[in-house]
Every structure is written in C-alpha cells, then in structure tokens.
Ligand binder design. Structure first.
Ligand code: DUC
Ligand code: ZN
Ligand code: ZN
Length: 456
C-alpha cells in the first residue's frame, strides 16, 4: 500500500519546507518536491502542515488510585489521543508496593491491548531496594528505558536517597528518570493550615500546593542529580519557581530535561472558584498568570523540552468523592486529545513559539529523549509513517461532549482553539480522516532504546 501526501508544508527537525511525502507500507519511502508516482491513495495537504506523529510523554490510563480508577482506559484514551494527532503515548506503568516491576509491566501490556495509537511505558516505582534494583536491566531489555519517582503521595513516594541511587544506577544504561517534584512535608503542613482555616473545597487545593512547594522540590532534585552526576527529567513543570531552579542547574552545567503540560499554559488558579472547580484538581494545580507567562517564555527559548498532558481523567461523580474534603478529590484531568490544538492556539498563534518549535515540543524532542528517534519524531526517509496533517486554520470550541475522552468534564470546556489535526497516519494506515477516527485498535507497543540525551 502506497500513500502520497501532496502539496503540504513539511515541518520537521526544526525546519519547514514544501514537499510531498510518499509512504510505502509502514515507512516513509521518500520526501521530495513534486513526487509523481503511482500511489494507492493520494492525500491533498494543501494549506496544512505535515508533521511527525505527536508523542504524549505523560498519560495515566487505567490507573487505580485505590479509591477509584481513572475514567479512561487504553481503548478510550488512545482513541481520543489519536483524534488529536498523537500517534504514541508514553503511559506510566505503575509498580505498586508489594508488586514487582515485571508484574506491573505485564499488567500494563494487558491493559494496553486494543489501543488506537502506539504506546510505550515509563515504569513508575514506589519502592527502591535490592529486588527492584535487580529489575532495572530486565526492564531495559523489554524496551522500558524511563522511570518515574514521586516525592509525594503516601502510596508512591520515595526518599531522596532512593532517587539519588536510582539516578546513578540507571544513567549508564541510557535511562532517564522523571520526578514528580513537590515537597511532601510542606504540603502536609499547608493542608493542615487550610483545614484550620475551615477551607474544605477545591479552592484549598492550590493554596495547599503553592509554587514554592514545587520550586523547593525541583531545586532538591537538581542537587540530587548533581551529586549523582546524571541527567534528570522534571515531569509536569508548572511554576516559574521551579523553572528558575532548573535554570540554575543548567548554568552549573547539568543535563536537565523539562516537561510542561497545556494546563499550565492556558489555565490559572482562578478556575478553582468555578462551580465545578473540582474538575481542575490536579497536581500540580494550574498556577498564576505570571507562571504561565514564564513557561511560555521558556518554551520560546527552547528551555523546555517537551509537552505532555498528564491525562488522568475522572468523572464529576468520581470528583465528588472529595466533596467534603479537597484532599480526597481524585487528582487529574482529561486532555490527551486537546494538546496540539491548545499549544497551537496559546503558543504558536500568539507568537510565543514557532510552528517548528511546536513540532519538536510535541514530537521530535520526546522521540530523542525517550529512545525512539529517528524512527519516530521525524519526517524523513526510513522513519515510521506516523504522520499528522495539521490544519492551522481549523477552528473548534472544546467540549467534553465532542471530545472522545470517556469523561463528562473537560478543564478546557468552552475554549476556542485554532489549528487542529485533520488526518492521521498510524503505522502507514489512515486512522483519522477529516477529524474523524476511522480505524481503531491498531496501536502497537513501542520498544524503546537508550535515550539520545540531546542536552548532554
Ligand atoms: N498528578 C495528577 O494530577 N494526576 C496523576 C498523578 C499526578 O501526579
Ligand atoms: Zn506526577
Ligand atoms: Zn502524571
């Protein structure tokens, strides 16, 4: 099967140029001007960008929090993801205490059956001891080359020594570790303060996690990584305070990778006063306008490496678990479908970043950092035919009603966006046409290699 994508502007590797793209089977066979060739299917991309399929570096599908399970599983979450132009998600397989990493990985492989986009796994680890250490290499041998550790959440958090040791033991194998950076003890104290002040609703959530709670934790991770002599990845960076700590570490010569999310670019903490404020309860919370501005500025300066969504959806009924106590509101929101349209609207159209930067933030850089490049993250001969045809003029008002997430709310409800994935090729097959998912269940596991460590 050959597909010819004609008349589009290819945006890849930091450049854009007019070219046609010929796909043969699952691979890009040629990129060139005026390719006149026999093809089984011709797609006219006039007026559109032709980009490497987007990579969502951060999803939580089918995650059991103990009190409730996320509204989206892999079949629903990946169908929504691919509708928004994401052809690969990196989900967090989660090793709960008492479980091995291998058990978590086997479980996540089962959960991911029937996915509609490609998928890989980071391994989130909740304990660090000899048994877990012995599992690092087997994970790498099975294509899992990134890990996550949490500084908060009673069921997941590990101590600074564990992070230091994990960083040291994984770096030589080409792995990257991401850390959820918040100061556990400050957070507990701030929660107590909110309770003492009689605050029980969603507005207490951001008050209990002010920017310094993140900033201190990012600074600490930077020092831990400095001591370990390894790279480190800050997941879902949300504050200027955290950004400043990362800048300091980079100025010392450290190799740091930063991820942010659309919610920290387009939402601010005034959202918690809305009647359905619980839907915005995610950690970290949406911040101040000054933080949004600092992050957009950093995107423009190439200081942030990639944008994931932290998609972790819960229905309003699930959110009501915390109606009398904001700490019991399940943390997270739905967003994997909306990432590219939000970034294009909030960052490209406002002139904060270029379309070439968007392509790297949504795909190219993640492919390099997470061991998938140049098969993914690039439009070039020999790369995988995971391709998005992105219409920069397509308008949409986001609503949970039209989103494909299995969720009855959206943090972006009513937002008007400009620019949207029109068609998507996954493994060479057309799976989204004119914004409609036409083929489901063909996603595959992505066996990842060593990180290319582009910031080394
Ligand atoms: N934050 C969320 O909001 N949800 C899932 C995990 C996390 O760290
Ligand atoms: Zn997190
Ligand atoms: Zn997360």
């Amino acid at each position: 099967m050959k597909t010819l994508i004609k008349n589009g502007t290819v945006v890849t590797g930091g450049k854009s140029f007019r070219a046609d793209v010929l796909v043969s089977g699952e691979t890009i066979e040629r990129v060139g001007t005026d390719l006149c060739t026999e093809a089984d299917r011709v797609i006219d991309a006039e007026g559109c960008y032709v980009m490497a399929g987007f990579i969502d570096t951060h999803t939580h599908f089918d995650l059991d929090l103990g009190t409730t399970v996320t509204a989206d599983n892999f079949p629903t979450g990946t169908r929504a993801a691919v509708a928004g132009g994401t052809t690969t998600v990196l989900d967090f397989a989660t090793q709960d205490r008492g479980m091995t990493m291998q058990e978590a990985l086997d479980l996540w492989h089962k959960k991911a059956e029937g996915s509609s986009c490609n998928y890989g796994f980071h391994m989130a680890v909740s304990e660090w001891n000899g048994d877990r250490i012995a599992e690092i290499r087997p994970m790498v041998d099975q294509g899992v080359t990134s890990f996550k550790m949490y500084m908060v959440y009673d069921s997941m958090r590990v101590d600074d020594g564990a992070m230091y040791d994990a960083l040291k033991r994984t770096a030589d194998l080409g792995c990257i570790i991401g850390v959820h950076c918040e100061n556990y003890y400050l957070l507990q104290q701030k929660i107590r303060e909110c309770r003492e002040a009689g605050l029980t609703g969603p507005t207490a959530h951001p008050l209990s996690r002010p920017d310094i709670v993140e900033g201190e934790a990012v600074g600490r991770l930077m020092r831990i990584a400095q001591l370990a002599g390894t790279p480190a990845w800050v997941v879902h960076l949300s504050t200027e305070a955290g950004l400043e700590e990362a800048r300091r570490a980079k100025a010392r010569g450290q190799e740091i990778y930063l991820e942010t999310c659309p919610q920290y670019l387009v939402l601010d903490d005034s959202c918690f006063s809305e009647p359905d404020g619980a839907k915005y309860v995610m950690s970290p919370p949406p911040r101040k306008k000054a933080d949004q501005d600092a992050l957009l500025d950093a995107l423009g300066k190439d200081e942030i490496d990639f944008i994931g969504t932290d998609h972790c959806s819960f229905t309003m009924e699930q959110k009501a678990l915390g109606k009398d106590d904001f700490t019991k509101i399940p943390n997270g929101g739905a967003g994997t479908q909306n990432r590219a349209q939000l970034v294009h609207t909030a960052a490209v159209r406002t002139g904060r970043i270029t379309i070439e930067q968007m392509a790297e933030l949504l795909s190219g850089n993640a492919a390099k950092v997470f061991g998938m490049y140049p098969k993914k993250g690039l439009i070039a001969e020999g790369s995988d035919a995971d391709i998005v045809i992105f219409d920069p003029a397509a308008e949409e008002t986001i609503s949970y009603r039209t989103n494909l997430h299995n969720c009855d709310n959206s943090p972006y409800e009513g937002m008007h966006t400009v620019g949207k994935a029109r068609d998507v090729l996954l493994n060479g097959e057309l799976v989204v046409q004119n914004g409609t998912v036409i083929r489901t269940g063909t996603g595959r596991f992505v066996f990842r290699g060593k990180s290319l460590r582009p910031n080394r």
